[in-house]
Design a protein around this ligand. Structure first.
Ligand SMILES: Nc1ncnc2c1ncn2[C@@H]1O[C@H](COP(=O)(O)OP(=O)(O)OP(=O)(O)O)[C@@H](O)[C@H]1O
Ligand SMILES: [Mg+2]
Length: 378
């Protein structure tokens, strides 16, 4: 059976609805228009009835648009929302994309732009089974006990790796204390546990349906919302999930912490590269030494383990060469201490590398991204 995208148009302007319908008509064998209505409530009913994959939503009032998108995505996580609006104000575009819209089309809608948007959205619905597709790379960003900047690194690495040609997934596997959704200001109703609970019907379409595209590029799968849910996730489920993601994405960046057992070991064993993130403080160096040694003992080859130094201060007591000597690893990249900028990016929900690309930490993230690509042979 050929794959099908089903689409709903919500637009108060009859001629606009007709234009959209006529642009889509040549693709009738893959895109089915379930209905075209002038009212949000009607559109909602249609989406409910048909489980549509795409809605083209007219937005003429910013706050109402945000509310409508929030409502749509909370209730229909499979949906991709394409906004059409007369408004050119970047604030509108940013806000609506951050709420979860995948594309923003300026009215009057141009044929090539709509087709481009649909192709982009459609590519994921038509993603082939993993066996026939990519051999994506899994990159785990790790520190056992937290607080050193794992999430900061993961979010910026994922945003930096993501481009038109490189698809990136960002997965929060901090089963109990994940915070990617806060860092990226996303509030998806479907999280990691919705995937692991449905592991039997896991396929590319399902997975793409529950992942949220962030405006900075990566597709995000966040931590479970309930602590109880996290406890039920098994190492086998984690492995299956990672294998699947590898088939769809070029890079899968995993935000990860915890003891060397269970799900943690499942991630370790699947990762092509492990960024062991640390800071140059005595307790952190001690912890790092213990864990790096334990990881090697558990059979993690040294060449998969890369040492990252975060919050680096050139005048600190412990220097990079000291850490390298004690830990027995060269430092892959040192990311400068850049608290003001880092915290401001967290509060805005946008990775620093996108928000302030010229800041000291962003430059270091840029270097790290290039080195990572090189390391992965890309
Ligand atoms: N390069 C940096 N310069 C300055 N501050 C940083 C840097 N990286 C991270 N931070 C700050 O350190 C704190 C911890 O960062 P983050 O949440 O990324 O760490 P984590 O290891 O994921 O911690 P958790 O255990 O909470 O998951 C945050 O307040 C963050 O803003
Ligand atoms: Mg974290």
């Amino acid at each position: 059976m050929p794959p099908h995208i089903s689409m709903v148009i919500i637009d108060s302007d009859q001629p606009s609805r007709d234009v959209i319908a006529s642009i889509v008509r040549p693709f009738a064998d893959t895109i089915r228009i379930e209905g075209s209505v002038d009212d949000f409530g009607e559109g909602l009913k249609l989406i409910q009835k048909t489980s549509a994959n795409i809605v083209i939503l007219e937005v003429s009032d910013l706050n109402r648009g945000v509310e409508e998108i929030q409502y749509l995505l909370a209730n229909h996580p499979q949906l991709s929302v394409i906004v059409s609006s007369f408004e050119k104000n970047p604030e509108w575009i940013l806000k609506l994309m951050r709420t979860g819209a995948v594309e923003y089309l300026l009215r009057p809608i141009a044929q090539d732009e709509l087709i481009q948007a649909l192709t982009k959205v459609g590519r994921f619905w038509f993603a082939k089974p993993p066996t026939e597709t990519k051999a994506g790379k899994i990159i785990a960003v790790y520190y056992p006990t937290g607080g050193v900047g794992v999430t900061t690194v993961a979010v910026n690495l994922a945003a930096g790796l993501s481009s038109d040609s490189e698809k990136v997934a960002l997965v929060d596997l901090n089963l109990l204390t994940g915070d990617i959704s806060t860092f990226l200001d996303v509030n998806p109703s479907y999280t990691l546990s919705s995937v692991t609970n449905n592991i039997a019907r896991l396929d590319a379409n399902f997975l793409m349906g529950v992942m949220t595209r962030h405006s900075s590029g990566p597709y995000v799968l966040t931590e479970p919302t309930e602590v109880d849910e996290a406890i039920n996730i098994t190492p086998e489920q984690v492995t299956r999930l990672l294998q699947f993601l590898k088939g769809i994405f070029d890079y899968v960046v995993v935000d990860w912490g915890g003891q060397l057992a269970g799900c943690t070991m499942a991630i370790l064993e699947n990762a092509n590269l492990i960024f062991f993130t640390t800071v140059l403080s005595l307790p952190a160096i001690k912890t790092s030494k213990r864990y790096l040694t334990a990881m090697e003992r558990k059979g993690i080859r040294k060449n998969r383990l890369k040492l990252l130094v975060n919050r680096y201060l050139p005048k600190a007591d412990i220097q990079i060469k000291d850490a390298e000597r004690v830990l027995g690893y060269p430092v892959f990249t040192a990311l400068p201490n850049d608290y003001e900028n880092v915290i401001s990016s967290v509060n805005k929900g946008i990775p620093l590398i996108k928000l302030l690309p010229r800041s000291p930490a962003s430059k270091a993230f840029g270097t790290m991204v290039e080195l990572t690509k090189k390391e992965m042979g890309g």
